[in-house]
Each structure stands twice: as structure tokens, then as C-alpha cells.
Design a protein around this ligand. Structure first.
Ligand code: NAD
Length: 307
């Protein structure tokens, strides 16, 4: 029977852990989060063939397990959890597979993975795309940086929690690919909001304009599935007061990672830098950190804030 240590049961990790249990593959799971109540939401999902135990420390969560999966906020948490005294590397068994699904900077991902390799352990950076909805429905996209053998060992678990698994390259490459994707997402969402704002201010109906642009050369993912203008697309965060979805706080975090990565490679990312500043202004001046990132529409259509 495979045993899994799951660390970090927040908005994403909680769903991912529950999906592994729901797969009814006979996994035993040990979970740990610094917020105790989050562990209860997973332990209550035990089934007849799976057993979940809440633990009080990383050491306890990792002791004797075959696989460690983590879903943590940022690089400093990953470093602390894996490299800190009493952390994962101090407690993992000789053949434990390590999978970190957090979105963090590639440098930290490579550092932690190198330390794992020094101990003879396979470690993957496996950040995800698909948001909380994808985590809940088990349809995440995993973007993996790892040696091929590590990826093949991890695949059965990733395929339970997700619908797509991409191998971006060696250690850290998963994080680089994820960061590039989210920088592009920030740019096309801001561009879409800007075009919709311009159209509405010039008398157009946002739904009509959206339909025209979707079928024309302006079509893009933000328009197709995540329209930022309220009322245009049922089910999109814009139509529920920008609640849920992917937070502005997380988007600005990812854009900070993109800027740091560009600095490291001396790459020019003028559109990414502009998008980062737009989201930062929106976050601070509209107190929008906890809103979905498509609320960037407010920068272009400030009247929407009052509705
Ligand atoms: P979250 O803050 O809801 O969850 C993180 C969890 O880690 C929290 O429950 C926190 O208590 C726990 N934690 C922090 N330090 C810990 C420690 N030392 N030991 C044990 N637990 C600890 O965040 P989230 O939304 O679940 O996101 C997790 C990661 O996934 C982030 O890196 C984020 O950028 C990425 N991500 C999030 C989304 C999304 O839509 N929420 C989408 C894609 C990627």
C-alpha cells in the first residue's frame, strides 16, 4: 500500500489531497498544515480503502512515506519545509519521491532539488495551472521540471490530481514555464480589459464586442473562457463580483517571480513589467488583493467598482 505525506492543505492542496483519497487507490495519507482546521477537512474524507492521519509536524508527516507532496505559498516556505531543521530532507526515507507543486522561483526549486539529489532522492518541481476549480475537479495541468525517471515515478499521482502532465525540462524548468505562462496571462487579461473598457466608453455593449473580438484576430483565452467584464460570461469571476478564482495577490506574486527570473537571465520583459505595475496599482489602490485577477477591469472601467 502506497503512503503519501501531504504538506500544505490550503485552497489548492486540500482539494488535491481529497482527490488522491477519492481515487480509492488504497493510499495511506499523512497530512500536515500549520493551520490545524485544514487538516480536518481532509481527514474527514477517509474512505473504506484509504486512511488519513493528521500529524503535528513535518517529521511526523514524512516518516516512512513513499511519496511527499507539498503545496505551499512561496519559495521561503518550500525552503523551510524541505531544508529546515526537522524538515522533509531530514526525515525522508532512502527512496522517498518528493513532489513540490507550489509556484516558486526557479532558483529555490533548483536549490532544494539539488539538496534532495545529494541525498539520492528524486524531486520534481510540478507547479500547476487550472486554479482552485481545476484542483477541485482533478483537472489541473502539471508543468514538471525533473529528471525523466522522477517524472515517471510521479505520473500516477499527478494523473489523479490533473488532466495534463507536461515535462518542461530538468529541475526548475517547471517553474520557468509556469512563470512564462502566467506573465502572458497577465498581459492578455490586461489587454482584454483595456479593449473592453475602450469599447464600452464608446457606446458598445461589452457582450457584443466580446463576441466580435472572439471571432476576430483579438480572440484569446481571457475572452474565450474568463471574460473580465461583469455580466458577459455566466460563471466567470467577473459575474460574481470577482469572488473566487485566481487572486490578484497571487498574480502579483507570479509577476514578481517573472521579473526576478528575467533579471537573472538579463531578459527584456517590457510588457510583463507593465502588467506587473498595472496589477500592483490595482492591488493597492483598489484594495483588490483578494479579488480575482480579472478585476483588473476596474482600472479601465472605474464605474464598475460602485456596482
Ligand atoms: P494557500 O495559502 O491557500 O495554501 C498554502 C497552505 O500552506 C496554507 O494552508 C498554509 O497554512 C500552509 N503552510 C504554510 N507554511 C507551512 C508550513 N511551514 N508547513 C505546513 N503548511 C504550511 O495557497 P494556495 O492557493 O493553495 O496556493 C498554493 C500554491 O499554489 C501557491 O504557490 C500558489 O501560487 C499556487 N497556485 C495557486 C492557484 C490558486 O488559484 N489558488 C493556482 C495555481 C497555483
Amino acid at each position: 500500500m502506497t503512503s503519501i505525506g501531504f504538506i500544505g492543505l490550503g485552497n489548492m492542496g486540500g482539494h488535491m489531497a481529497r482527490n488522491l483519497l477519492a481515487a480509492d487507490a488504497g493510499y495511506q495519507m499523512r497530512v500536515f498544515d500549520v493551520v490545524e482546521s485544514l487538516m480536518e477537512s481532509v481527514t474527514s474524507a477517509s474512505t473504506s480503502t484509504t486512511m488519513v492521519t493528521a500529524t503535528q509536524s513535518i517529521a511526523d508527516a514524512v516518516a516512512g512515506v513513499d511519496v511527499v507532496i507539498s503545496m505551499l505559498p512561496a519559495g521561503k516556505h518550500v525552503k523551510e519545509v524541505y531544508l529546515g531543521a526537522g524538515g522533509v530532507l531530514d526525515n525522508a526515507g532512502v527512496d522517498t519521491l518528493l513532489i513540490d507543486c507550489s509556484t516558486i522561483d526557479p532558483t529555490t526549486a533548483r536549490e532544494v532539488s539539488a539538496a534532495a539529489k545529494d541525498k539520492g532522492l528524486d524531486m520534481l518541481d510540478a507547479p500547476v495551472s487550472g486554479g482552485t476549480a481545476g484542483a477541485e475537479s482533478g483537472t489541473l495541468t502539471f508543468i514538471v521540471g525533473a529528471d525523466p525517471q522522477g517524472l515517471e515515478r510521479a505520473r500516477p499521482y499527478l494523473e489523479v490530481m490533473g488532466a495534463n502532465v507536461f515535462h518542461a525540462g530538468s529541475s526548475g524548468a517547471g517553474q520557468v514555464a509556469k512563470i512564462c505562462n502566467n506573465m502572458l496571462l497577465a498581459v492578455h487579461m490586461a489587454g482584454t480589459a483595456e479593449a473592453l473598457g475602450l469599447g464600452v466608453e464608446n457606446g458598445l455593449d461589452p457582450a457584443t464586442l466580446s463576441e466580435i473580438m472572439k471571432q476576430s484576430s483579438g480572440g484569446n483565452w481571457s475572452l474565450n473562457v474568463y471574460n473580465p467584464y461583469p455580466g458577459v460570461m455566466q460563471g466567470a469571476p467577473a459575474s460574481r463580483a470577482y469572488q473566487g478564482g485566481f487572486l490578484v495577490d497571487l498574480m502579483t506574486k507570479d509577476l514578481d517571480l517573472a521579473m526576478a527570473t528575467a533579471e537573472g537571465s538579463r531578459s527584456s520583459v517590457p510588457l510583463g513589467a507593465l502588467a506587473k505595475n498595472l496589477y500592483r496599482i490595482h492591488q493597492q489602490h483598489n484594495d483588490a488583493g483578494r479579488l480575482d485577477f480579472s478585476s483588473i477591469q476596474w482600472l479601465y472601467s472605474p464605474d464598475l467598482k460602485e456596482r
